[in-house]
Write a protein that binds this ligand. Structure first.
Ligand code: HEM
Length: 444
């Protein structure tokens, strides 16, 4: 595209051979990927090239988002997903004819990240900081969208647009730095010195590894990568479940048999609820929150299978393409959790092994594999198991000619770095008389 080479990998085998096996070459990021960051003094973590700096930042990010820290935070995460169910329960009572659950799901995901980074939470979707974040995130994603940065690839376009876009980028960068800068200030000013990720990062300033601007951009990265990905995943899965009541029935049967109706599912149920696990994996495959992930980048020439791959090419993992590959997944356009029933390992384990045994490619591939994968898997498990434990999800779309609600159109997507379904409406019907008592019983 213009002066930039793009290599799109739609074969699972080629993706594994280049991104995994030749990870030393294929793990950089496009130098102009976060265009506004080029103009700043820090490239955060996600946009960082595969260099010494990235190798220094990786253990720090793994310390914050790795399995051990996620385990330590599991009580907070558990509580947040109970509160999410309470909020959905209240919404289902207050809004009789169905509603779009997106904002409630966004609030839960945002609260997990706010708890991890700043050690506090946002009360509800009417809170001004929730609304501010929602708007900020929307404009942020607009800025990083490739289609809004065509001047990076066709420099002549920069001549036509003059300084207009450049000035907007600077303005946005200033907003970003003051928004996340205020979180850093909040942690520095906290007299109780509550433990949190930003405090851990600030300690690295004392050790001379980071400066405060790095922390601001790394905080932005954690918020950007860790909120919409989870809430979009859950928003898609709710829609897929509404279209597939037979899948819900099987999940309800499993939950009633394994968990019963007198407590909520917890993380320790994971090994015993294979159908729920399969729904989550199928959700990531069939309607995952990113289609193309984050482009990798190669800084030196390479040869593969007779192809010349020039230095400075963007190398894109076509996650959607691989997920719709008939050779890999039979009838890929069907939402069929059964295809994953034999797979017991988590994606975090499978992603580092042989590509043929991977469940899906939603978390990327190779050395830039999603750092939040452990947190993501925990959140999806609690989110999906508790939704299905509490509710029957009914499609509340207008009725079609056959007298049944028109199925939610899952082929229509709002495209961007994170992919969302078109707005839809569902009714959440409580599944049994214990739901209210258990959801609101804080001794549980
Ligand atoms: C279902 C949820 C999620 C999905 C599908 C997802 C997907 C992805 C993908 C596709 C990438 C790019 C991988 C590559 O370049 O090959 C990525 C990177 C990343 N993700 Fe996630 N992610 C999710 C949740 C999270 C969460 C909860 C966090 C926590 C903050 C997170 C943090 C990150 C970070 C820091 C990176 C950058 C890794 C690097 O550049 O080395 N993600 N994610």
């Amino acid at each position: 595209m213009g002066q930039q080479y793009w290599i799109i990998l739609t074969s699972d085998k080629v993706a594994a051979e280049l991104l995994q096996k030749r990870g030393g070459k294929y793990s950089s990021r496009m130098p102009n990927y976060y265009f506004y960051q080029v103009l700043s003094r820090s490239k955060g973590f996600i946009g960082c090239s595969y260099n010494e700096r990235y190798r220094k930042l990786t253990p720090i990010m793994h310390g914050i988002l790795g399995q051990r820290n996620v385990k330590e935070k599991s009580d907070l995460i558990d509580l947040e997903y109970r509160i999410l169910m309470q909020n959905l329960y209240q919404a289902s009572i207050n809004i009789n004819d169905g509603f779009y659950p997106k904002k409630y799901l966004q609030l839960a995901a945002l609260n997990i990240i706010t708890l991890i980074c700043v050690a506090r939470r946002i009360e509800n979707i009417e809170d001004s900081s929730f609304k501010y974040f929602e708007n900020f995130q929307k404009s942020h994603l607009e800025f990083v969208k490739v289609t809004n940065r065509l001047g990076d690839f066709f420099p002549i376009l920069k001549w036509f647009s003059g300084n207009k876009f450049y000035n907007k980028v600077i303005e946005h960068r200033n907003t970003l730095e003051s928004f996340y800068g205020s979180f850093v200030k909040e942690v520095k000013d906290d007299k109780e010195k509550k433990p949190c990720a930003i405090r851990d990062l600030l300690n690295k300033v004392d050790e001379g590894i980071l400066d405060e601007l790095d922390i601001v951009h790394m905080t932005d990265n954690i918020f950007s990568a860790g909120t919409d990905t989870i809430s979009a995943s859950l928003t898609w899965i709710v829609a897929a479940l509404a279209n597939n009541p037979q899948v819900q029935s099987k999940a309800h049967e499993e939950l009633d048999r394994v968990v019963g109706q007198s407590r909520l599912p917890t993380i320790s149920d994971e090994p015993n609820i294979p159908y729920i696990r399969a729904i989550i994996k199928e959700g990531q495959r069939y309607c995952g929150p990113t289609h193309l992930g984050i482009p990798h980048y190669i800084e030196e020439d390479d040869e593969y299978n007779g192809y010349h791959i020039p230095a400075n090419s963007a190398v894109v993992l076509n996650i959607y393409g691989i997920h719709m590959d008939e050779k890999r997944y039979e009838n890929p356009k069907e939402f069929k959790p059964e295809r994953f029933l034999g797979i017991t390992e988590r994606s975090a384990i499978l992603a580092n092994g042989n590509y043929e045994n991977r469940d899906h490619f939603s978390f990327g591939a190779g050395r830039r594999l999603c750092t939040g994968i452990h947190l993501a898997e925990l959140e999806l498990l609690l989110g999906v198991s508790r939704l299905l434990w509490s509710f029957k999800i009914e499609n509340a779309s207008p009725l079609g000619k056959d007298g049944k609600p028109i199925p939610i159109n899952l082929d229509k997507a709002r495209l961007g770095i994170t992919v969302w379904p078109e707005e839809y409406h569902v009714k959440l019907v409580k599944r049994h008389d214990n739901v209210e008592k258990i959801l609101f019983d804080i001794s549980q």
